[in-house]
Design a protein around this ligand. Structure first.
Ligand code: ADP
Ligand code: MG
Length: 488
């Protein structure tokens, strides 16, 4: 039996949109406001007689997401009331979109998109453990919220994670959401089922997923739990589960409502929109505002010869990406400096920065963003790359320089290199001095070499390189060494 089941996952992802004001009123949309209940007004507090107005910035944000996903943008759209009672929802209904989402279809990271629609966020409930009281902060109530739904076509926890990461990157690139999962700016719900090939099993929905890792672990856990149930001849109950990160297990939250329970109907206070009649939303205008998308940028870097993994980190990590972009500008496509820069950023600078931000190597770097700025100016970095590209310094010296500059050295790299005798071209005299000193110090090894022991040369070479702190061009050093030995 085991191994015959195929997992199926469909994701529902909410993202708080970055806008000046809330979805249906002019209260400020400020996720960083610490004081409770300051960004509120009669509309988002649902005072009788107040009327909502659609936020055009939020509509434009969702349409841009649709353009990036190559989806169908709605022509006709409307907002519906989703009725349910809870203190975080002062109107007694949430304004959402049911029949006519702004965006339908499309694809991201190989996953088909069902729809993307616009709705409003609920207020935040704050539970006070000591008093047992719950307080409500309406600052978040009415903030524009985008919901993206995928088709049930994902078949592994890893692919689900990749999809969610790619969406986060897209939202950030478009500037439509900060999409920080820890802050709840992006919330992922995973629907999970298992079935024999060609069938679709009963699904559960998992909530409370606060990170990509938590989502992947929850999906894996749930697939195993469902396998065990089916193997015992039991059934999966359709329900909503929570993820307990401390226990690393899912737990039942509630039996799922059907959509009939929400009594959706079009909101009579809001106009329906006919987008083709509204110049603001014309797709050719929006398209002109589209930035380079993550997959386009990765493809551009790979076309420059950058390894796929490195291109991925440059696009994911803004600091690395900015620096690499400055090298592309400085050297130009096709120049050896571009690939040298890519390697020094992806290897040397990343380890320097990893140490600086005290991230452990075990941490999944995809989840932890390198938060510190690169401690070296783009100008100095590119000068160091130029020196190594032109053969003026060795790669050993380049690595050393990066550490020195990361620790705060500010001087011009060319001057620094000259002042510290690190230029390979200036080294010929120094090479000869060091070589003769090493030969004088090691008469027995020299004798071994003369009697034909090849290993003796390697030892002497190593000694010289050590004296030179690795700064020598290996070929020049070898030549100088053989020259001096022949002269003896
Ligand atoms: P519901 O009516 O329960 O809300 P939907 O059909 O609207 O279900 O789908 C909601 C989410 O669940 C979508 O992301 C969809 O891809 C996913 N989904 C639907 N059926 C399954 C299934 N059998 N297994 C896994 N995910 C599913
Ligand atoms: Mg549904």
């Amino acid at each position: 039996m085991e191994g015959e089941y195929i997992p199926t996952i469909g994701l529902e992802i909410h993202a708080e949109l970055k806008t000046q004001t809330k979805m249906f009123c002019d209260s400020k949309n400020d996720p960083d406001e610490a004081r409770p209940n300051v960004n509120v007004c009669p509309v988002c507090l649902a005072h009788p007689g107040s009327l909502p107005v659609i936020n055009r910035e939020a509509v434009r944000h969702v349409l841009k997401v649709g353009i990036a996903l190559k989806s169908k943008l709605a022509d006709y759209t409307e907002f519906d009331r989703k009725n349910y009672f809870y203190p975080d929802l002062p109107k007694g209904y949430q304004l959402s979109q049911y029949e006519y989402p702004l965006v339908s279809g499309g694809e991201l990271a190989g996953v088909e998109i069902t729809r993307v629609h616009l709705e409003e966020d609920t207020a935040s409930s704050i539970h006070d453990e000591s008093t047992g009281e719950t307080m409500v902060d309406y600052n978040r109530g009415g903030v524009p919220l985008m919901e993206l739904v995928t088709e049930p076509v994902i078949h592994s926890a890893e692919d689900a994670g990749n999809f969610a990461r790619e969406l986060q990157l897209l939202l950030r690139t478009l500037g439509v959401s900060n999409a920080n999962m820890e802050k709840g700016e992006m919330r992922v719900e995973a629907n999970v089922s298992i079935a024999k090939k060609g069938e679709l099993g009963t699904k559960v929905e998992i909530k409370n997923l606060n990170s990509f890792n938590a989502m992947e672990r929850a999906v894996r856990y749930e697939v195993e739990r469902q396998k065990k149930l089916l193997d015992r001849g039991e059934k999966v109950v359709q329900q909503t589960l929570g993820w307990d990160d401390a226990k690393q297990a899912t737990f039942p939250q509630r039996v799922k409502e059907g959509s009939a329970d929400y009594r959706y109907f079009p909101d009579p206070d809001l106009p329906s929109l006919k987008l083709s009649e509204l110049a603001d939303f014309a797709s050719d205008i929006l398209e002109k505002e589209m930035p380079e998308l993550p997959w386009e940028r990765r493809a551009r870097y790979e076309a420059l010869g950058v390894k796929a993994d490195d291109a991925g980190s440059f696009v994911r990590e803004p600091y690395l990406g900015e620096l690499f972009e400055s090298s592309v500008q400085a050297f130009g496509a096709g120049d050896k400096g571009v690939l040298l820069a890519a390697n020094y950023i992806a290897n040397d600078l990343v380890s320097i920065m990893t140490a600086l931000t005290k991230q452990s190597r075990d941490i999944d770097v995809r989840d932890t963003e390198i938060k510190s700025e690169i401690p070296i100016s783009a100008e100095n970095f590119n000068k160091i790359i130029q020196l190594v590209r032109d053969g003026k310094i060795s790669s050993r010296t380049a690595k050393d320089l990066l550490s020195v500059y990361a620790k705060g050295e500010q001087s011009d790299p060319e001057q620094y290199v000259a002042a510290n005798n690190l230029l390979q071209a200036d080294m010929s005299d120094k090479l000869v001095d060091v070589v003769s000193a090493v030969l004088t110090k090691n008469p027995t090894v020299v004798a071994d070499y003369k009697s034909g022991k090849a290993a003796a040369l390697e030892f002497l070479f190593g000694q010289c390189m050590r004296e030179l702190r690795g700064a020598a061009n290996p070929a020049s050093l070898r030549e100088a060494l053989q020259q001096e030995l022949a002269n003896l």
